[in-house]
Design a protein around this ligand. Sequence first.
Ligand SMILES: NC(=O)c1ccc[n+]([C@@H]2O[C@H](COP(=O)([O-])OP(=O)(O)OC[C@H]3O[C@@H](n4cnc5c(N)ncnc54)[C@H](O)[C@@H]3O)[C@@H](O)[C@H]2O)c1
Length: 385
Amino acid sequence: MLKIGSIGAGGRGRLCKLAHRPEQGFELAAICDTNPQVLADYRREFGERLRVTSSYRDLLEGGELDIVFVTTPDYLHEEHAVAALSRGKAVYLEKPMAISIAGCDRILATAARHQAKVYVGHNMRFFPVIQKMKQWIEEGRIGQVQAIWCRHFIDYGGDAYFKDWHSEQRHTTGLLLQKGAHDIDVIHYLAGAYTVRTVGMGKLSVYNQVQDRRRPEEPGNASFVRAHWPPLAQTQLSPVIDVEDHSMMLMQLANGVQASYCQCHYAPDGMRNYTIIGTQGRLENSGDASSGSQWATVHLWNRRCAGACRQGTLMEAIPPIEGSHGGADPLIIDGFLDYVRGGAQAGATAIDARMSVAAGYQATVSLRQGSVPLEVPPLPTQGWG
Ligand SMILES: NC(=O)c1ccc[n+]([C@@H]2O[C@H](COP(=O)([O-])OP(=O)(O)OC[C@H]3O[C@@H](n4cnc5c(N)ncnc54)[C@H](O)[C@@H]3O)[C@@H](O)[C@H]2O)c1
């Protein structure tokens, strides 16, 4: 039986429960969280045999663990992943890998030095719409990919990112990296290359106008409440907000593909809308089926048609599949557990994850320095692997 521990077991950390599969030889054995309520809830669910602690060092000192989930807030990923990897644990690390390029490189170096596996939670790679677009690209249906554009509308932005730790640069670097890490990785995946140069633009345009703030001593409280509308009527926002609430980045990829990613945290609707343009056509998704019972569609235009031709020359409906994030979460846990057991790595590699952070980080620096274009540092040639 492989024993699993979790650092940051509340919130997104509940993902570790999907890996608790005693019948397959994986058992959740210990959790760490600084919120006593989270510890009590797990105790109630898993009973006395589950070790619970508020210290990640205690969790790791126990020595019985083979696998550790690191699902704490972004600014803690580097510390927690390095601690687990340096004890030789296989680590499932939530995205973004870290909040800096140096942080990612330290994680990679530690994993290499201790020959420990690190797998980053880029669950969007498992979205059925992304898989469908990748399949059609690989089948040559749009010829050679030249340009990719992604527009990202976030309907729960004010609720989830401007009421807790996400709202501060010191915790995320910025939301272009924090949230965009998913999409930058998907763009790299669909294009088949990493970003080498980027330029960013963005600003804090709406939530800085909201006067209703929680007191600094009150805990952050992310929520998802549809009635919180319009954005300027939001209440109990973080006392410190210094991240952008809309941002854009342009990317030049190593294989010549050019891409853009635009993110807005005060949209009324929630969706990622990708279009991929090649030498013989264009693809686009409508809806991303990332939650609940939503269907999505993927459209292909590969011959000229009169006017807008909204449905495309081919349209495929993508049904929702069971499980959180449109079924992507159970799939990524399947992939991770298989990888731990020696299977091939499905989904993003740790290097893919580093490169998405690197592009998002540089774009954020660019936007804060007057939109100067910046090179994306390649992987260091020494110090790991
Ligand atoms: N892949 C995805 O789709 C996805 C979705 C949501 C969040 N995330 C990522 O998951 C991570 C967690 O996000 P979240 O929204 O659940 O955050 P959160 O603020 O809810 O924190 C997660 C848990 O970590 C605990 N925690 C905080 N500090 C800790 C510490 N020092 N030691 C131990 N536990 C600690 C919190 O009490 C909480 O239970 C982030 O990196 C986020 O970017 C990924």
